[in-house]
Ligand binder design. Sequence first.
Ligand code: 9G3
Length: 571
Amino acid sequence: MRYSQYFIPTVKETPADAEVISHQLMLRAGMIRKLAAGIYNYLPLGLRSIRKVEQIVREEMNRAGAIELLMPSVQPAELWQESGRWEQYGKELLRIKDRKDTEFCLGPTHEEVITDLVRREVKSYRQMPLNLYQIQSKFRDEIRPRFGLMRGREFIMKDAYSFDVDSNAADLSYEKMYQAYRRIFQRCGLVFRAVEADTGSIGGTASHEFMVLAESGEDAIVSCSACEYAANVEKAESRVVESAEHAEPRPLEKVATPGRKTIEEVSEFLGVPASTTVKMLILMADDKPVAAILRGDHELNEIKLKNYLDCDTLEMASDEIVMKATGSPIGYIGPVGSTVRIVADLAVKGLKNFITGANEVDHHLKNVNLGRDCTISEFADIRNVAHGDPCPRCQSGTLEMWRGIEVGHVFKLGVKYSKALKATYLDGDGKEQIVFMGCYGIGIGRTVAACIEQNHDDNGIIFPLPIAPFHCIISALNIKEEPVRAAAEDIYADLQLAGIDVLLDDRDERPGFKFKDADLIGIPLRIVVGSKNLAEGKVELKDRKTGAVELLPVAEAVARVQAQVKEALNG
Ligand code: 9G3
């Protein structure tokens, strides 16, 4: 491709509304342009990267035995009514009507559509295992789309769906996808972790998220320093260490703590560590008050509590409800004498002589002991793990906290959709059975953005070669000089013949201008054709990642680039 005839509208200044580096650089490098909130044009350079990720995904999905198809973006409401999800989702589901006023939605995902297809076409156990996938635009009307392609409203997803005769077979399909995902993200040059994850609104029995480690990641994950355990903090556990303290229970004591509401204020006022205090939070679970009590230095994990309570809605109670439920304002509430249902975190179980609210304004209780001062009948893991907590799986490791960008998510769906839509098959005995499903997503645009989050410097993007828009850029300096033009054109032609994705920067611009663009758009290999080196029969080869510069005889340049591309693609 010739730069002068291509379309790469790079910009020098950093766009004001771009908060993360990948969004800034994708705009500046002329890879994307916003059409509306969360809706983007993929410009030629951005599209080339998107297509490279798609191709890697396609190759690994096909290698895993999955079969590509393409479903419509527009989906009939009746399928979502049959699955019960038409009512379950709110404004995030973009609903539309056709000319006959029939209701449709723009597909945010395709469980209903694929299950409808399979329930019509798969009737025998002989037709499974079956894994069907597509690469296609989704629409989710996010309240706050931001960070460019990282959280768009319309985005390209590879979504796959597996169909099996039973749970064991479904586990095999899941494992195949899990391994395919590892290969995909390795080939994309990403540093990632597969982490145990909550199944969330989709339901199902288990799931893993593939997280690209980056400080700008919206998700918090933990991984063990010693074993393979890794989980999204939404789901992560830690080994509960019973407090070693075998102190004798001391007499209960009410103390004045005027105006001290938060754990920090109370523990500072009473001169005790937060770990010897117990906080109580009141939440509304399906509009019924529930109290959660945790050690003062721990944080409530609402997803774990919601899963434990198995409720549809869970939110913090208002001040009035707290007052009504406990007779005390927030900041002074506690389990002693409380009539609200209490769920206690496991770490509270072993506490002795702890401090907690007295359910009386400006007062707390000291030396509270479970059993004597209050009875707790429900204990559950309802807290967020913290950096340094002991690993729940091995005896030696501790949990390290990272920020991550979710680029993939695999789910064991079980029979949630096949039951709702009656997708059944006849087994070997002619008996009707329910199909077992799995679903597997990859955010294509988000993968490109995450890759940039992990691979950039002050000069711009540093693309890993497998998903770079081009493998090599030829920066021809003073291209008006015939020897430079001729040499650049020859190398350009030879690289193309060698199957290299090459961009010839043939613009009549100053060298510095060209180098800035080449660094900004992040092409991994750069050949500089300049009259000085050319006079000695040489060109310069620069590696965008390492900065290494080699002076090469012109005749060796193509072979050198070819060798480096081959090495980078074959890992
Ligand atoms: C919706 C809306 C948003 C959604 C969903 C449904 C997320 C929804 C979960 C999934 C699960 C998997 C197949 C590919 C991999 C992910 N956001 N999810 O179901 F109506 Cl508005 O999409 N689907």
